[in-house]
Design a protein around this ligand. Structure first.
Ligand code: MN
Length: 288
């Protein structure tokens, strides 16, 4: 199998706040484009940040989405979600929330009330996964995926564990249901672990160094850095320089036109206008 080479290693840029609860570095589209990263169209990374105690939970108030899925992966802290389709819940360390906005929802995302009272270190990823045109107007859906439900593959030589959120790793299938083929793993590795990952060559493939540092194909990658791979081979190698956590994303490009504006990601301008009209006329439902 051929080596999948690195296109670029991206350092975390200047963070910005989403609402008042998420202090994020944007990596997708970031220095790239939605089309290049297809099917992963947005990735905001709240690197470790200390939120002080408060009685008024911080977060993002009610806002709409249509045409894609929002996936929140929690590393530290706890968040509470609710949407107009009745989906919602609380996720904490190691859990994943997978919301399919599809035809449209209103939702809100806040630090959990109890967690807010003590505050502390907060670290999460929010990822937007595009939907194929045929699924963009399907009914909304909500998957709460606790860490206990995430499939774990123990690596040999006490190298660590691969948590399979979605897709397939060594015959083990992750719990998240997806609309197009993709793999989403958290690699929780010990210092000195050596492993390699293999995906179909044409899959858009990237990783985020959530914790620790590693060499990827021999290149040193520090914490909070993002690695984008070329689609020129199947396999890349990982060798950790410390204990670490690596989020790996690899998905088959949907290869359809992308028309995006704010919280809506459709295929054409006409569909974007329709999304704004439907939102403005209350067709996304109601959420307090
Ligand atoms: Mn949202």
């Amino acid at each position: 199998m051929k080596l999948r080479t690195i296109e670029k290693i991206i350092k975390p840029g200047t963070p910005h706040f989403v609402g008042d609860g998420f202090r994020v570095h944007n990596f997708i589209p970031g220095t790239s484009t939605m089309k290049r990263m297809d099917p992963f169209i947005m990735l905001d990374y709240n690197s470790k940040y200390n939120f002080p105690a408060t009685d008024k939970p911080k977060g993002v108030g009610v806002h709409p989405h249509r045409g894609f899925e929002t996936v929140t992966i929690a590393y530290k802290g706890r968040v509470e979600h609710g949407d107009s389709a009745g989906g919602g819940g609380i996720i904490g360390e190691g859990d994943v929330q997978w919301m399919t906005a599809a035809s449209g929802v209103l939702h809100k995302e806040f630090h959990e009330t109890e967690w807010s009272k003590t505050g502390g270190e907060f670290q999460m990823v929010q990822l937007w996964v595009n939907l194929p045109a045929k699924d963009k107007m399907s009914p909304p859906k909500y998957q709460a995926i606790s860490n206990a439900e995430i499939k774990k593959v123990i690596l040999p030589n006490e190298a660590g564990v691969v948590e399979v959120i979605a897709g397939l790793y060594q015959g083990v299938v992750g719990p998240a249901s997806t609309f197009s083929p993709m793999n989403m793993f958290n690699l929780k590795l010990k210092k000195g672990a050596k492993t390699q990952l293999t995906f179909p060559k044409h899959y858009t493939t990237s990783l985020l160094m959530v914790e620790g540092s590693a060499t990827i194909n021999g290149a040193k990658v520090l914490a909070d850095h993002f690695v984008l791979f070329n689609s020129d081979g199947e396999t890349f190698t990982v060798e950790t320089l410390s204990d670490g956590i690596i989020l790996v994303l690899s998905g088959e490009p949907i290869n359809e036109p992308i028309a995006a504006h704010g919280p809506f990601v459709m295929n054409t301008q006409e569909e974007l206008i329709e999304a704004f009209q439907d939102f403005n006329t209350g067709k996304f439902g109601y959420l307090e």
